[in-house]
Structure formats: structure tokens, C-alpha cells
Design a protein around this ligand. Structure first.
Ligand SMILES: [Zn+2]
Ligand SMILES: [Zn+2]
Length: 302
């Protein structure tokens, strides 16, 4: 697999940013972002920017072409990079920066006090209100907080996080679309978390080879959308696709996680519901290699 050396990548990024350090070129991008379907003719753009010299204007268009915009039969349109840039800025610069923490119905696995969701530096943390233990954390763009009340923010955060984890686990970076590495991270568990069977916190860390984006996930989070897990709960009267991930024990704790071997990776996750068990074995690349499902007690089919 070809990979571009870091220096060359940085050089290209520097060049792209340099293109933006010009009033006219920024105005062209704004005009295109505001145009229907991100497409406009030469004249429409020139009028929007208010530049009289056609030669000069063409020069700036040519500068942007290939990096942020492209020429079409009847004008110009944004490339994916031009749209991504706009969305990144819109999602992060132009949103709500801080909100009051949101109380959750769930309890701290360590001291059994109530959890609350706080928003700091564009990351959501579910933390214990008493001992400050962090149960989960995940990035969320400030724009997602706008025009939503707390319940809607919780819903949006759940959907957003599921998508992030799903993409990362599937090996496609949700931020830059590049390849993703999966690694095991094993830490000694803190004082009183007697629930974890191996006495350690087992996490799967997904890291993008290219943009450096990463997310540390519990073992359970990685199978929240696995058909065997969804159907296991569904057969027992629970639709986990509509339950926020922090309300699902197998997603937030190490309960049921058993580290059999670090090298090669072998982890067993036992999910329990209504007296039945579903066992998932994780192997190579931290992915599911084996599933054994207890038949529903009232099931008549195989
Ligand atoms: Zn606590
Ligand atoms: Zn990436």
C-alpha cells in the first residue's frame, strides 16, 4: 500500500492553507458555498466577489482549482475538500462552545453516585458527580449543540458516537477516510472496580494512520451494531438500537470482558440479558471471530 511521506503531506497542506490567505480567494469559496448545489458560473462568481478585472479573477480561480474547487462545463463547483473545509469550520467554529452539564439516569460503577454528561473542549465526558471517574468520552462538534434541548443533544451525541466507533472499527477513518489501526490497551483497573473479571480495563484503541485521529473504546462499544448482539437483545424484548449507548452495561463497563491473551489478541465478551448469555470472541485485529449464542428459552426454531 502506497503511503505519502509525512513531509510531502505537510507540504501539500501548507500549500493548501496558503491558498486561503487571500481575500479574493476566500470570497470565491464563500460565494461557491452559498451557491445552489455549490456550483456557479464564472460571471456569477465574479459578480458575487465584486472583482472587475477578469484576468485577475481567472488567475485566482486557477489557483484554487484542483485543491478546493474544479471547473465544470458551465462554471465551477466545490471539490470534496472545499466542502469538508466549510463543514469543519461550520461544525467547530460557528457552534455553541459550552453548555451546563446534563444529569444522566445512570450510576458510577465505582461509587454508585449519579453520572453527568459534561462538555469540555469539544468533547463529551460522562463523569461521576462524586468521585469524578470518567465512564466514557467522545468528541462532538459544537454545532451539534445548537438548536437542541438537552434530550436532543443526548440523542445526537449517541448517534454521532455510534457512527464514529462503527467507521473506526470497520477500518475507515470518519475524519479523513484513511486506513485505521486497531490495538489493544490494557490498564490496571482502579481501586474498587471489582466488576471487571480480569482486574484490568481492556480497551480497543482505533488510530488513523494518516490524520492521527483516535478513539479509545470499550470492547462492547465495538459490537453495539453487531447483528448477533442486536438480535440477542431484541429476542428478549429490548431494542438496543434506540437505547443510548451509555445505558447499555456491556458498552460502559468491563463486566463480562475476559482478556485471554494479549499477543495474539484474544478477548471474550459475555453479554448477559434475561438470564441468557451471548459470547463473542475477539481475535486478530481486535475483530469478532466467533459467536456462541444461547437460544432464547421460549424459541421453537433454530
Ligand atoms: Zn463515582
Ligand atoms: Zn484519519
Amino acid at each position: 500500500m502506497d503511503s505519502v511521506p509525512v513531509e510531502a503531506t505537510n507540504e501539500r497542506i501548507r500549500d493548501a492553507f496558503q491558498l486561503l490567505a487571500n481575500e479574493t480567494r476566500l470570497e470565491i469559496l464563500f460565494a461557491l458555498w452559498n451557491a445552489p448545489e455549490w456550483t456557479a458560473t464564472f460571471t456569477e462568481l465574479k459578480d458575487a466577489v465584486g472583482m472587475r478585472d477578469s484576468g485577475q479573477f481567472q488567475y485566482h480561480l486557477n489557483q484554487l482549482a484542483g485543491t478546493f474547487i474544479r471547473r465544470t462545463d458551465d462554471g465551477y463547483t466545490h471539490l470534496a475538500s472545499g466542502i469538508a473545509l466549510y463543514r469543519a469550520m461550520l461544525g467547530s467554529v460557528a457552534g455553541t462552545e459550552s453548555i451546563d452539564s446534563i444529569p444522566l439516569d445512570e450510576f458510577c460503577p465505582d461509587c454508585e453516585n449519579r453520572l453527568r454528561l459534561t462538555y469540555e473542549n469539544q468533547v463529551f465526558f460522562a463523569r461521576c458527580s462524586a468521585c469524578d471517574e470518567t465512564v466514557l468520552s467522545s468528541p462532538f462538534l459544537p454545532a451539534g449543540l445548537d438548536n437542541r434541548i438537552d434530550d436532543e443533544r443526548l440523542w445526537a451525541f449517541d448517534r454521532w458516537t455510534r457512527r464514529l466507533v462503527g467507521n473506526l472499527r470497520d477500518g475507515v477513518c470518519p475524519w479523513c477516510a484513511s486506513r485505521v489501526n486497531h490495538e489493544l490497551s490494557v490498564e490496571d483497573s482502579t481501586e474498587s472496580s471489582a466488576e471487571s473479571e480480569g482486574g484490568s480495563n481492556v480497551r480497543i484503541v482505533h488510530t488513523c494512520n494518516r490524520c492521527g485521529g483516535f478513539l479509545k473504546t470499550t470492547v462492547g462499544e465495538n459490537v453495539i451494531d453487531h447483528p448477533a448482539v442486536i438480535s440477542f437483545f431484541y429476542d428478549r424484548g429490548k431494542d438496543i438500537t434506540s437505547i443510548p449507548h451509555w445505558k447499555l452495561d456491556f458498552c460502559t463497563s468491563d463486566e463480562g470482558v475476559e482478556l485471554i491473551s494479549e499477543e495474539p489478541v484474544e478477548i471474550r465478551l459475555t453479554i448477559r440479558e434475561a438470564g441468557d448469555e451471548l459470547r463473542l470472541l475477539f481475535g486478530d485485529d481486535c475483530s469478532v471471530t466467533e459467536i456462541s449464542r444461547a437460544e432464547p428459552r421460549d424459541s421453537t426454531h433454530k
